[in-house]
Design a protein around this ligand. Structure first.
Ligand code: ADP
Ligand code: MG
Ligand code: MG
Length: 885
């Protein structure tokens, strides 16, 4: 198996492994692909990801084979460029770049200008005829290599540069002349030697292998590990290393460097979009050291900026870039995020990858590309991450609300967020951990801040452009972000900040509008999202391609209305206990629970009947024509007991019983393990009058709405926590009897079904028998997960993170279904249920009904529908379509 692949020059691209990102990493595979379709790519080579895995396993040793292959590949670069690494007269310089399968903050930063030393720098100066450029490149190299490979503090070098500029009365780096850089290089070398205890490495081969080693080692850095954990990236993928001939964007005013997107990554608009800097190298754009310029004339004019756009300043190279953009989009059939450098008027491509985008942009691009004939509908459906829709479904700032605008930065990632100001990532995590909404405010962010960005509602930075670290990461996470707000200054010691002329402190409320970059004091009102347009079109396509229905978990008419707007096709779970907690009713509920006998209970239930009927009427009216699964009372009665003396006294007044009597009764109802206690169908078995009242309320409401509206009303009555066929048999008989009574009383009737939750392992195993009584099963995967794993959902927080960290669970099993274990019970129950009753309706109503991975499993198992909370309904619609494709 080859360990090194070359690209550019006379390379041969016939080995399919070279185009495989799992082997050559994302950057390496795409560099080779660009070179193979004839785009201008500086020659280079890629060491495979497999080699990095082997290196880490073999105790960080390079294999002989690797050494030999790298030697040959380096000769390929040298032959193509016509320069040799370490040649004192005419040196080759290279960059060393990491490149995992997916782009990964936390990996080693790129080292540029490798191959410079005290002698080759003179050769570079002579051949380029530009002494300033040569010494500028050398100081960049020493600083980068010291920081990235040798692990020295980059602050030491930055400080030396600041002092050098100050001494000379300079403001910008570009003011520094050849002699100034030369002096700084001497300073840098002595700093490095002081820190290292030996001179900065002059041997270019040692430099190259040092950098390769640093890339390999960075796979196991703490930063990389955190990022992998947050993004579900396996630890055994490893990273590729790319070594590539340098091209120079810092050779004067005909040279430049930039990053660009083939379409606008924030809005999806079909317009080239990017940033560039004249006379600069690589990281200058992303690092936010200088404020980058606009790529196109239109963008510059829209922003009212003075510095010329690339289109205006370098029409030739810009024209070439536009041609490459179109070639790349046609080739990859997707929006590309690219990095380029112009050396003395000539364009060079340094990277391309599928561009990250906001949910809004993803939708627009998917719909537009179908219109343009670039992709088909199915591809469009698969392009949009269902979870990313979340960004669009949540409220944005009310345009009519008062805004106390402090400053405006760049709209780096859309959405709106309000929260308390926090000034570092750890504080963000701690405060968010105790349930506070926070806004992370930093000068700029780095990969070390990722956990804090994750915890925050939004991110505000003082420095950095639209392609800065903060912007890219925030867009990926779907966090709102405003970057480059230069009016923000932070005093970390005092934990205060100044925005414009206002003084604020950590903990003060702040609001961000990621749509226009505004930063506001206090909290600003929000409005509901827009569901038409591209969103509507894509959802329509999704609906045509999915098999499963999507219902919602809802128990109020408002939730039902919201869910219908989001496209819900029925209710999969209406929890009736929520209706019992209503402040106006809780007293009657308590009287019922604490009653000594059936007579007392019936008296209290009689008060609840009209209330419940009104609840169901409200729901049936909104859901008319659609199936509604209503679960009869489920929670342990003990949850409804009064707390504290005041509540007992109130109850004593209402019932005429003494407080002591009520307290004794409450004591009798106390349970040690209520979740496995007197709950679910066990309530219906012991106190049938409760379920009778609920069934009556449902049927009376259904008959009323059906005769008033003329629409069909289809209640599906669901019995919770069934373990045996006999339980269901008894309770189904009860429901059927009440139905007949109501139909006789009202002279109307409605179709209805009686079914059960499958949420106990025994029920899953005995599904064949239970199906004799059940017209439908709804998998209550929250309880089924609890009961199968023996893990209490309410107490799991104490250890679940450790379980996920140690890889015992791949993901939180209450968020994403444990397909291997719990999933097996679901499949088995589905199979056994269908064997008894081929037309049995099967659905899922746990939290998992809104989780794309779990939805895929439901599709494979052949369930008829999934049910999710209202905001998750569109996510489920799209995920169900993707699962069906
Ligand atoms: P990242 O993955 O962080 O984007 P890259 O390896 O892409 O890191 O390198 C960052 C930047 O360094 C590139 O965008 C490019 O501008 C510059 N760079 C990398 N290799 C070269 C090269 N061979 N010649 C010139 N610039 C380079
Ligand atoms: Mg890059
Ligand atoms: Mg349950």
């Amino acid at each position: 198996m080859k360990t090194v692949y070359t690209f550019g020059g006379e390379s041969d691209y016939s080995d399919p492994r070279q185009g495989d990102k799992t082997v050559t990493g994302g950057k390496g595979a795409n560099l080779a692909e660009m070179a193979s379709i004839g785009l201008p790519v500086p020659p280079g080579f890629t060491i495979t990801t497999e080699e990095s895995v082997r290196y880490l396993q073999d105790g960080q040793d390079f294999s002989d084979e690797l050494k030999a292959e790298v030697g040959k590949a380096l000769a390929h670069i040298e032959a193509t460029v016509g320069k040799k690494l370490g040649d004192e007269a005419d040196p080759l310089l290279v960059s060393v770049r990491s490149g995992a399968r997916v782009s990964m903050p936390g990996m080693m930063d790129t080292v540029l200008n490798l191959g410079l030393n005290d002698r080759t720098v003179e050769g570079l100066a002579a051949t380029s005829g530009d002494e300033r450029f040569a010494w500028d490149s050398y100081r960049r190299f020493i600083q980068m290599y010291s920081d990235v490979v040798l692990g020295l503090d980059h602050g030491l070098f930055e400080e030396a540069l600041e002092i050098a500029k100050e001494d000379r009365g300079f403001y910008a780096d570009t003011d520094m002349e050849a002699g100034d850089w030369k002096e700084l290089v001497a300073e840098y070398k002595s700093i490095a030697e002081g820190e290292l205890g030996h001179p900065f490495p002059q041997d270019v081969t040692e430099q190259l292998w040092g950098a390769i080693r640093a890339v390999f080692d960075s796979w196991d850095s703490d930063r990389a590990k955190v990022y992998r954990r947050l993004n579900d990236i396996p630890g055994d993928w490893g990273t590729a290393v790319n070594v590539q001939a340098m091209v120079f964007g810092n050779m004067g005013d005909t040279s430049a460097t930039g990053v660009a997107f083939t379409r606008d990554p924030a809005t999806g608009e079909r317009a080239y979009y990017g940033e560039w800097l004249v006379n600069a190298q690589g990281e200058d754009v992303v690092a936010g050291i200088r404020t980058p310029q606009y790529l196109t004339k239109a963008a510059r004019e829209a922003a009212g900026a003075k510095q010329p756009s690339m289109e205006e300043a370098m029409p030739g190279a810009y024209g070439e870039l536009a041609r490459v953009f179109d070639l790349l989009e046609n080739h990859y059939r997707d929006m590309q995020d690219i990095e380029f450098t112009v050396q003395d008027g000539t364009l060079w491509m340094l990277q391309t990858r599928t561009g990250k985008r906001t949910a809004k942009a993803a939708l627009k691009m998917a719909v537009d590309m179908v219109d343009e004939g670039l992709i088909d509908e199915k591809t469009a459906i698969l392009r949009v991450d269902p979870m990313a829709l979340d960004q669009l479904l949540h409220p944005t700032l009310d345009p009519d609300a008062q805004r106390d605008v402090l400053t405006t930065g760049l709209p780096a990632s859309p959405g709106a967020a309000s929260g308390k100001i926090v000034l570092d990532a750890d504080t963000a995590e701690t405060w968010a951990g105790r349930g506070e909404k926070v806004i992370l405010v930093r000068v700029e962010t780095s990969p070390e801040d990722i956990h804090g960005m994750h915890a925050a509602q939004g991110i505000l930075t003082a420095r950095g452009g639209m392609t800065s670290h903060a912007a890219v990461v925030a867009r990926g996470m779907g966090r709102c972000c405003v970057s480059g707000a230069s009016a923000v200054s932070i005093d970390l010691k005092a934990r205060t900040l100044r925005i414009g002329n206002r003084d604020l402190k950590e903990g003060d409320l702040l609001t961000l509008d990621g749509g226009n970059g505004q930063v506001m004091a206090g909290e600003v009102a929000t409005i509901e999202p827009e569901l038409a347009g591209d969103f509507g079109i894509l959802m329509e396509w999704a609906d045509q391609h999915r098999r499963m229905k999507v219902r919602t978990n809802a128990e109020t008419p408002d939730d039902c209305r919201m869910a219908r707007q989001f496209g819900a096709e029925g209710i999969g779970l209406c929890r009736t206990e929520h209706m019992f907690f209503d402040a106006a009713r809780i007293s009657a509920v308590r009287q019922m629970i604490l009653a000594e006998d059936e007579k007392g209970r019936r008296a209290a239930l009689a008060k609840l009947l009209p209330e419940q009927r009104a609840d169901f009427k409200g729901i049936f009216e909104v859901m008319a024509g659609l199936p509604c699964t209503i679960r009869l009372l489920d929670p342990p009665l003990h949850e409804f007991l009064p707390h504290g003396d005041a509540e007992f006294e109130e109850l004593a007044n209402a019932t005429g019983y003494g407080v002591d009597h009520l307290k004794r009764r409450a004591g009798e109802l106390h349970e040690f393990n209520p979740m496995l206690g007197h709950r679910g169908c066990r309530l219906g078995i012991t106190y049938p009058e409760i379920y009778e009242m609920q069934a009556r309320a449902i049927f009376e409401a259904a008959c009323e709405v059906a005769s008033e509206s003329g629409e069909s009303v289809v209640p599906e009555i669901m019995i919770p926590l069934v373990a045996t066929k006999r339980e269901l048999e008894l309770l189904k008989a009860l429901v059927d009897r009440v139905a007949q009574e109501v139909f006789a009383d009202t002279g109307t009737s409605v179709d209805y079904l009686v079914g059960t939750m499958i949420e106990l392992p025994r029920a899953a195993l005995m599904a064949g028998e239970i199906a004799e009584e059940a017209s439908f099963f709804s998998f209550g995967t929250n309880d089924l997960t609890q009961t199968t794993l023996g893990v209490s959902r309410d107490d799991a927080g104490r250890f679940l993170n450790a379980y996920v960290d140690k890889g015992i669970f791949a993901r939180d099993p209450f968020v994403s279904l444990d397909i291997d274990g719990v999933g097996q019970l679901v499949s088995l129950a589905a199979e056994r249920g269908r064997a008894t009753r081929p037309d049995i309706k099967l659905g899922i109503c746990g939290e998992h009904g809104g989780d794309p991975a779990s939805i895929r499993f439901c599709e494979q198992t052949g369930l008829d529908y999934v049910s999710a909370s209202p905001y998750r309904v569109p996510i489920a619609r799209l995920a169900a379509a993707q699962a069906a494709l």
